[in-house]
Design a protein around this ligand. Structure first.
Ligand SMILES: Cc1cc2nc3c(=O)[nH]c(=O)nc-3n(C[C@H](O)[C@H](O)[C@H](O)COP(=O)(O)OP(=O)(O)OC[C@H]3O[C@@H](n4cnc5c(N)ncnc54)[C@H](O)[C@@H]3O)c2cc1C
Ligand code: SF4
Length: 532
């Protein structure tokens, strides 16, 4: 048995890193167990010419395809949207696109405003200082003054618009629709030891330049300098409880497959919206026969993704190609509810650059645009470098029948039951996706595209994982309280996207990390009476 610690964090991704760094100043003994390892920047695909091919291999976004040692399999047969993640120090921020919008104030009050889902037990104003702190820790490039948000500070100058941003921005101006420079966790100038972005354009395969703010290079080095311990290749099987029903540690396997017990006074889970319910459901005991902290029966329920639509236009003139961060501008014209559109809530458009050379060829062939034979080169030249478009990130409302459960057959390499995803797109989401494709086509036509292709839902875009251990004040209708503490277990906390009540229509990581810092702050303020 290892020495007991005061705080045991499970998962070293976006939220685990933030909570570890924030608690470090208490000088408590803090240990994080992470099932994956450090990733060396020299191993990133962006160092080699085969970077696109490796995105279908050891750096695939799908853990089922990647199948690395740190990955666990996921049964997603019963979901039209497949899971994307990364397991290692930095978690899914290793592969994320670093698009960094905050949720809007309205997102925390959807029951009050629109009569759907539930209001959150916290609001935007409460989280605002933690959004700002996180922006400084991650080094967010942005342009102050976006009318879609309450005023907020820009930490770094915005990323350049490029030809794509200028072209689509001009079209939006003619239409009279909102657009703005996107908030990005990508350094536009050298920042805190991180070199600035040099527009390599391989962000989703990991940024070897260190410009993209994955938490292995932002929070973790600072937390470890303050003596937080990080133990890698440590896969947690279950959280254990004592006779009083309090968490007292975790059982995990090391790289050799040897089982260990780690004792702890406080346990914090940060395994993401799929890993967290899986761990809770695997932590059964006499006191918690249906899984830990699950007296509400809501652990694993209300799974939310963001259904995505993709709208891509083809232009006569060259644009930026794939060079540069994928996303430089956004629009929130259709973010808030307008019932005349036939659905509630809304979506964000992220304007995206072109595709890499291999993707342009393979997707061009699949779409019948780039044939084999004599015509190939001419057709390829018309596609490569000449496309741009947008994705629409649609708000997904919570529904109890969308679940993470334990698969009865599938297990990971340590024999631990694997998660199974059951998910259906709602009628509201389907209507929103149709709207997003139609308005997106209008925008691209206005920008001069001679051809537009729209698709939804994107099948491999299950990268935002939310809602499976929701927050709330009523223990019958939620898993954690308004500051992240499990209703059923007073020394057990959850800080990842599982605790979201609703999903908003933006990428979630800025809000996940602000929440993690807010939970850490709540713990620090209550250290004398944490278990009352
Ligand atoms: C391809 C891709 C693109 C994305 N783009 C964006 C974007 O542009 N903007 C945005 O906001 N978000 C984006 N995301 C999502 C973003 O990465 C996640 O929202 C964020 O990382 C979630 O943080 P987390 O702490 O909840 O979980 P993660 O960062 O996923 O970390 C969870 C960690 O827990 C570990 N873990 C799980 N179970 C166990 C266990 N039993 N024992 C030990 N360790 C365990 C995992 O190994 C992992 O390292 C993207 C994700 C992907 C995959
Ligand atoms: S475009 Fe910038 S952020 Fe993206 S991988 Fe290249 S250097 Fe990194």
């Amino acid at each position: 048995m290892s020495d007991p610690v005061d705080v045991l964090i499970i998962g070293a991704g976006a939220s685990g890193a933030a909570v570890a760094w924030s608690l470090a100043e208490t000088r408590m003994r803090i240990l994080c167990l992470e099932q994956g390892d450090w990733v060396k920047p020299t191993d990133y695909p962006s160092n080699g010419r085969d970077w696109e091919e490796r995105q279908f291999g050891d750096f695939a976004i799908s853990p089922n395809r990647r199948g690395n040692r740190a990955d666990y399999p996921i049964n997603e047969d019963d979901s039209p949207i497949k899971i994307a993640n990364f397991n290692g120090v930095g978690g899914s921020t290793i592969l994320y696109a670093a698009h960094f919008p905050r949720m809007h104030p309205s997102d925390f009050r959807v029951r009050t405003i629109d009569g759907v889902a539930d209001d959150w037990p916290v609001d935007y104003r409460t989280l605002e200082p933690f959004f700002a702190l996180n922006d400084r820790m991650m080094g967010i490039a942005s342009l102050a003054g976006d009318p879609a948000y309450p005023p907020k500070e820009a930490v770094l100058p915005p990323l350049p618009l490029g030809r794509t941003g200028e072209r689509l921005g001009a079209a939006m101006n003619r239409l009279g629709w909102h657009w703005w420079a996107a908030d990005s966790a990508i350094s536009s100038v050298d920042y805190e030891g991180r070199a600035k972005c040099i527009n390599l354009g391989h962000c989703i395969a990991g940024c070897a330049q260190g410009a993209k703010a994955s938490t292995d290079i932002t929070y973790w080095p600072q937390a470890m300098r303050q003596r937080v311990q990080l133990r890698t290749n440590a896969r947690v099987r279950e959280i254990t409880v004592n006779d009083q029903g309090m968490a007292n540690g975790a059982i995990y396997y090391d790289a050799e497959g040897t089982e260990h017990f780690q004792a702890a006074e406080v346990v914090i889970i940060a395994c993401n919206g799929v890993g967290t319910p899986r761990l809770l459901l695997n932590s059964k005991s006499t006191a918690f026969p249906d899984g830990l902290a699950n007296s509400s029966g809501l652990v694993g329920r209300n799974l939310m993704f963001h259904p995505y639509a993709s709208i891509r236009g083809y232009f006569a003139e060259p644009l930026d190609g794939y060079r540069g961060p994928h996303i430089g501008t956004w629009s929130q014209q259709f973010y808030e509810t307008d019932r005349s559109r036939g659905f509630v809530r809304g979506y964000t458009y992220q304007f995206v650059r072109g595709q890499g050379p291999v993707a342009a060829a393979t997707l061009g062939m699949a779409a019948g645009r780039v044939p084999w034979g004599a015509e190939h080169h001419r057709a390829y030249r018309q596609v490569f470098d000449r496309s741009a478009g947008m994705v629409a990130i649609c708000e997904d409302l919570p529904e109890e029948h969308n679940t993470v459960t334990l698969d009865s057959v599938l297990k990971d390499s340590h024999g631990i039951p694997a998660p199974r995803i059951t998910y259906r797109l709602s009628e509201n989401s389907l209507r929103m996706l149709e709207h997003a494709k139609a308005r997106g086509t209008d925008i691209l036509r206005e920008a001069g595209a001679h051809d537009v292709v729209a698709e939804s839902p994107l099948p491999h875009a299950g990268w935002h994982l939310m809602g499976t251990a929701r927050m709330g004040t009523d223990p019958k209708r939620s898993v954690v309280n308004e500051w992240g503490r499990c209703h059923d277990v007073r020394n057990l906390f959850i800080v990842d996207g599982s605790i979201f009540v609703t999903s908003g229509g933006v990428n979630p990581t800025a809000t996940i990390q602000a929440l993690a810092l807010y939970v850490a702050d709540s713990i620090k303020r209550r250290l004398d009476n944490l278990f009352d």
